[in-house]
Design a protein around this ligand. Structure first.
Ligand code: CDP
Ligand code: MG
Length: 137
């Protein structure tokens, strides 16, 4: 059984589709093993996206991620890391496949509704970054 980390980003919360995103994960056979809402500080968002610190979009990405509350999700299931990424769709909604979350709801490559871990190492880091042991079920 594999675990991955996902976020309903501030634009997803604003669009009132928290339930829609969670439902897509659940209907695909994944289980919610942790869930909570947060409004990140700048330092928390910078730490989370530290791998992107040198990218030109980093400042705007951090500002977007702290622009409102978001939903932190711990998702469990067979092949959850790849499976959640497939449900999300490509980073740029213009490139996303039909029926994916980003194709259906995202406005742009910046405001793209969801985050999902991209590998076992990043999943482990991201889960531990946001969920302590008592918050994982
Ligand atoms: O989220 P994903 O793993 O698909 O993409 P990423 O390459 O890890 O980039 C992280 C996030 O940075 C994206 O989801 C976008 O919100 C943002 N981004 C951006 O604003 N402009 C880009 N050219 C690339 C990414
Ligand atoms: Mg990524």
């Amino acid at each position: 059984m594999e675990r991955t980390f996902s976020i309903v980003k501030p634009d997803g919360v604003q669009k009132n589709i928290i339930g829609e995103v969670v439902s897509r994960y659940e209907k695909a056979g994944y289980r919610v093993a942790g869930i909570k809402m947060a409004h990140l500080t700048k330092a928390q968002a910078e730490g989370f996206y530290a791998v992107h610190a040198k990218r030109p979009f980093f400042g705007e990405l951090v500002n977007f991620m702290i622009s409102g509350p978001l939903v932190l999700l711990l998702i469990e299931g067979e092949g959850a890391i790849k499976g959640v990424r497939e449900l999300m769709g490509a980073t740029d909604p213009k490139d996303a496949d039909e029926g994916t979350i980003r194709k259906d709801f995202a406005d742009s490559i910046e405001s793209n509704i969801v985050h999902g871990s991209d590998a076992p190492e990043t999943a482990a880091f991201e889960i531990a970054y946001f969920f302590n042991a008592l918050e994982q079920f």
